[in-house]
Design a protein around this ligand. Sequence first.
Ligand code: HEC
Length: 326
Amino acid sequence: MKTTASYLRVTGFMILAFILLEIIVESGESWAIVQYPIIWAILAMVLFFAIALEIIAAALHRILFAGLSAEAKANYIATETLRDQNRFAWFKRKYKAMLGAKPIANEQEIVLDHNYDGIRELDNNLPPWWTWLFYISIVFAVVYFVYYEVFDGPSQLDEYEMELAQAKQDIEEFKKNNKDLIDVNTVELLTEPSDLAAGEAVFVANCVACHKASGGGGIGPNLTDDYWILGGGIKNIFNTISEGGRAGKGMVAWKTDLKPNEMAQVASYVLTLHGTNPVDPKEPEGDIWMDENAPVDNVDVKIIDSTSIKIEMSNDAKIESIVSGN
Ligand code: HEC
């Protein structure tokens, strides 16, 4: 029996089979059906069985029907038609009620008494679906007003800031749990005592032979002064430790021996040695390093003569430089 219902059943069955297969078969990012073409064959078989089932059910139905007496047949047809008519009755009733239109038979009750070239107007009620939307929007407006205006609910800006703060917190959390994802671009100065202690342990185990336990320097340069050969600041130091110094100078790349997290810890520890003035330090090598991203609180420009000016920038360390005008 080729009825709409049987088509719908087969289609629904196929969709169900497809979804089930996609859920059950582990296929990572891509579709299971793309990764395993055999699924096409399985689906074809399912389709075949679904159609076979429909045909068998329809045949059974026909045989049983043919076996009925004439009276029973009439009875059966009558109940079936009644059932068809009552199908979705609740929805049909609700739909009609929501439209709120007068039945066509009663329209003369609401026709208005004007007539323009044969066009007449009905005075229908507003459809209930529309009025309900209207009432709901009024209730919503009251709730909205009270929540946001009377009780100062969070504005869009507040919500944005809350989300931002939450995201920052999540990132911190993520970083804490994934310390080995650090690289030279993301490394930050660690200040937790546990990290610095771990950094000290790495330093003692690997670095003191050349840099001395105090960081004062021996084979390697002094790590406590303001002078850096390869650049100061957490990023440069991390990079030096990870990639090594200039070729042939003795500072190897530690990235094969140390984890990124350990390099960040020892780099942070090295920075705690800054300014400790150890006994018998190695003489300065390299240049004074300035963090170009450091905040400058105050810039003072003095004109010395027509070709040169003097710029004074001040923050923690006072830095002066002369810029020549030609
Ligand atoms: C075999 C000796 C040796 C060992 C071990 C060693 N270094 Fe070095 N280190 C050097 C030398 C030599 C340099 C100078 C490199 C250059 O001039 O390019 C240097 C440079 C550095 C610098 C850059 C200094 C600057 O002025 O720019 C840092 C930071 C540093 N080392 C940290 C470490 C850390 C941390 C360890 C342990 C994980 C370590 N070093 C182990 C010899 C060593």
